[in-house]
Design a protein around this ligand. Structure first.
Ligand SMILES: Cc1cc2nc3c(=O)[nH]c(=O)nc-3n(C[C@H](O)[C@H](O)[C@H](O)COP(=O)(O)OP(=O)(O)OC[C@H]3O[C@@H](n4cnc5c(N)ncnc54)[C@H](O)[C@@H]3O)c2cc1C
Length: 396
C-alpha cells in the first residue's frame, strides 16, 4: 500500500481543504455533523442541499464515476481523499444512500435508461434517496422480509412496511428490496425496485431516536404502483443486487476522519482546562487516555485507507470493509465514552447550554453512538462476514 500522494493529489487535497474550511463557517450554529444533523431539522436539510449543490457544481460528488453520467473518471484514491477531508470538516452535501450505495449499484447492474434517468441527478446533488430494506421482522435476517410487489401489466403493486428508514421524510426516491414471488421463501423471489416517494399510497411516520431527533421513519406501502422498468436486475433475483449494494455501503473514511477531529478537540480541551492548578494534559492518566484515543483514530484511518487501496487495485475488500466497520463502530463508542470521562460531569450538559464543553457535542454523541453497532449491518453480522469471507471459516 502506498500512502504517498501524487503532486496532483496534493493540489487537489488542498482545494478540498480550502473549500470546506471556508464553507463550514456558514454551518448552522452549534453544528456537530453526522447524518442526524442533516435530516433532523429543516435548517440542517437546507444547509445540506446548499452544500450538495456546491459539491455537484465542482464535480466532487461523482469523482470516480464515468464522465457520461456526470463523473470525472478520477482514481478511487481521489474519492477516498475527498471523503476523508469532508469527514474531518463534518460537512454535509453527500447523500450517502444515493451516492455510496445506489449509484455504484446502478453502474454495475442498471440498464442504460436507468443510469441516464438517475445518475446525473445524484452527481449534481439534486435527488435524495432512502434505503427501504429493514422491516419489523427482517433486520439482520433481511431475507425474511415480507413486503410484496405483485405484477399487474407493466406495474408492480406494493403492499407492506419498512422500518428504520433513515431520511425517508426528505427523500425523493427509495431503493427497496421486496418479494415479487409470494410463493418463494427467503432470498429467492426478491426484486430490487426504485420507488418514487411521491407515489400515491406511501405513508411516512417518524421514529425519534434516543436524542429525540427525527432521523428514522416507518414507511407504509398501500397499493403503491411502481413501473416494472424501475426494477434493477432480473425479476426474483434482487438478492444478488442487494448483496452487491451492501458492499458499496461500507467505506468508513469519513467516520474515522470525524473521530480524528473529535480527538483533536478533546486534546485542546485538556490543554486549556486546569484541575488542581495544572492543565489536564499534564496528568499522566489523562495523557494515557488521550494517547489511546489518538491511536484508535489513527488505526481506523489506516484501515479505511487500506480498504480504498484494495478497491483502487480492483479488489472488493469485503472482509476488510467489514473489519473497518466493526472497528469504527466500537472505537467510535469507546472514543465518545473516554471523551465524556475527560470532560467530566459537564459532559452531560445538553447542546445549547452555555456551560456545555465542546458545544455539548459529546452529550449528543453519547446517545447517538449506541446505534453505530446496528446501522449498516450489526457488528455480529460483520464478524460473520470476516469469518466467512476473510478467514474462510465454515458457515455455522
Ligand atoms: C443509525 C441506523 C440507521 C439505519 N438506517 C436504516 C435505513 O436507512 N434503512 C434500513 O432499511 N435500515 C436501517 N437501519 C436498520 C438496520 O439495518 C438494522 O437495525 C440492522 O440490520 C439490524 O437489524 P435489527 O435492528 O432488526 O436487529 P436484529 O437483526 O433483530 O438483531 C438483534 C441482535 O441480534 C444479533 N444477531 C442477529 N442475527 C445474528 C446472527 N446471525 N449471528 C449473530 N448475531 C446475530 C444482532 O447482531 C443484534 O445484536 C438503521 C439502523 C440504525 C441503527
Amino acid at each position: 500500500m502506498d500512502f504517498q500522494l501524487t503532486p496532483e493529489q496534493v493540489v487537489l487535497r488542498k482545494e478540498f481543504v480550502d473549500f470546506f474550511e471556508a464553507e463550514m463557517k456558514h454551518a448552522p450554529e452549534g453544528w456537530i455533523g453526522g447524518e442526524e444533523e442533516v435530516i433532523a431539522t429543516d435548517e440542517g436539510w437546507a444547509f445540506h442541499k446548499e452544500m450538495a449543490r456546491k459539491l455537484g457544481e465542482r464535480g466532487w460528488i461523482a469523482l470516480a464515476w464515468p464522465k457520461e453520467y456526470g463523473g470525472q473518471e478520477r482514481p478511487i484514491m481521489d474519492q477516498f481523499m475527498f471523503n476523508e477531508v469532508r469527514g474531518y470538516y463534518r460537512s454535509p452535501g453527500i447523500d450517502v444512500f444515493g451516492v455510496s450505495m445506489l449509484a455504484p449499484t446502478l453502474l454495475a447492474a442498471g440498464t442504460e435508461e436507468q443510469k441516464k434517468e438517475h445518475l446525473p441527478y445524484i452527481a449534481r446533488g439534486e435527488r435524495a434517496w432512502c434505503q427501504g430494506w429493514s422491516e419489523p421482522d427482517a433486520g439482520s435476517d433481511l431475507a425474511n422480509l415480507s413486503t410484496r410487489a405483485i405484477k399487474e401489466g407493466d406495474e408492480y403493486v406494493l403492499n407492506g412496511q419498512k422500518t428504520w428508514t433513515t431520511g425517508a421524510h426528505y427523500a425523493d426516491w427509495c431503493f427497496a428490496v421486496v418479494r415479487t414471488d409470494t410463493a418463494s421463501k427467503r432470498s429467492r423471489g426478491l426484486s430490487f425496485l426504485l420507488i418514487d416517494m411521491k407515489s400515491p399510497g406511501i405513508t411516512i411516520r417518524p421514529l425519534p431516536n434516543m436524542v429525540g431527533e427525527h432521523m428514522f421513519n416507518e414507511v407504509y406501502f398501500d397499493n403503491v404502483r411502481v413501473p416494472v422498468k424501475n426494477r434493477i436486475g432480473p425479476e426474483n433475483q434482487g438478492w444478488a443486487v442487494t448483496r452487491a449494494a451492501m458492499n458499496f455501503e461500507r467505506s468508513s473514511a469519513e467516520f474515522f476522519a470525524g473521530s480524528k477531529r473529535l480527538v483533536e478537540e478533546v486534546v485542546e480541551f485538556c490543554k486549556e482546562t486546569k484541575r488542581d492548578g495544572e492543565p489536564l494534559s499534564k496528568n499522566p492518566v489523562v495523557r494515557h487516555k488521550l494517547a489511546a484515543m489518538v491511536t484508535k483514530a489513527t488505526v481506523g484511518l489506516t484501515w479505511a485507507r487500506q480498504v480504498a487501496w484494495i478497491q483502487h487495485k480492483g479488489g472488493l475488500a469485503v472482509a476488510e470493509a467489514s473489519a473497518a466497520k466493526v472497528f469504527g463502530s466500537e472505537s467510535g463508542q469507546q472514543l465518545t465514552y473516554m471523551g465524556c470521562q475527560l470532560l467530566g460531569t459537564h459532559a452531560q450538559l445538553k447542546r445549547g447550554s452555555h456551560w456545555a464543553p465542546l458545544h455539548g457535542s459529546l452529550e449528543t454523541e453519547y446517545q447517538r453512538c449506541v446505534g453505530l453497532n446496528f446501522g449498516g449491518g450489526t457488528s455480529e453480522i460483520q464478524r460473520n462476514v470476516i469469518a466467512w469471507e476473510g478467514l474462510k471459516l465454515p458457515r455455522g
